[in-house]
Write a protein that binds this ligand. Structure first.
Ligand SMILES: [Zn+2]
Length: 213
């Protein structure tokens, strides 16, 4: 799925908001130019969703000066480095929305959630979620379920404004709260996410029986 060009100013504003208002380190990502990823690879598996050429993951920054310089050059996509200020739980969108619905029903707000153009939801949780993720996956015999964890050494694509008319964009399924900056613990979401995956009507019936029995 291609991520279309947005203006450098809008992208810079989004990057500055994440870095200075939220304290989330950002990184310039590749971008799509004339329907091709700026890395120029015809087989790029993630157009616009990986770090720009010659930018190392360790360069992720919260400095407004660095961010202004990066986004004055190119319409880079906005990437957020995971494992520092937050980890990410990643699930198919329909599974993630079912989990959000159930959490809301229980009176719990999941915290910021990104809806990617690839139709997946990214749940931002407090960092250090790796152990609880693997414990939950093992404990629920859920290794075959499509729930992923992104911690140190990963980046995720962030929304850079409202959906444009010129193509799909990442957007907020649950936007960051303007006041409350706390993030949920992974353990508060994982059980519900795994259960939504197990009950997913799109899964083959024998797979659903296997995990529910
Ligand atoms: Zn690429």
């Amino acid at each position: 799925m291609l991520v279309r060009r947005r203006t450098k100013a809008a992208l810079q504003a989004a990057a500055l908001f994440y870095a200075t208002d939220r304290g989330w380190p950002v990184l310039p990502g590749a971008y799509v130019d004339q329907d091709r990823c700026s890395c120029r690879s015809l087989r790029c598996p993630e157009p616009g969703a990986h770090p720009a050429d010659a930018v190392d993951l360790a360069a992720a920054s919260r400095s407004s000066q660095v961010i202004r310089t990066w986004w004055s050059r190119r319409p880079y996509s906005v990437l957020l480095a995971t494992g520092l200020e937050f980890d990410v739980l990643d699930a198919p969108a329909h599974v993630g929305y079912a989990a959000i619905h159930e959490l809301n029903h229980l009176g719990f707000t999941p915290g910021p959630v990104v809806h990617l153009p690839s139709d997946r939801l990214l749940f931002l949780v407090r960092p250090g979620a790796r152990d609880v993720y693997w414990y939950t996956i093992d404990h629920n015999d859920a290794a075959h379920l499509d729930v992923r964890h992104h911690g140190i050494g990963h980046v995720v694509l962030a929304p850079s404004g409202p959906c444009g008319a010129d193509g799909p964009e990442p957007r907020w399924a649950v936007p960051p709260d303007p006041v409350d900056r706390r993030l949920p613990e992974a353990v508060e979401l994982l059980g519900t996410l795994v259960r939504s995956c197990q009950q997913d009507p799109a899964r083959p019936p024998h797979a659903r029986e296997e995990v529910s029995g």
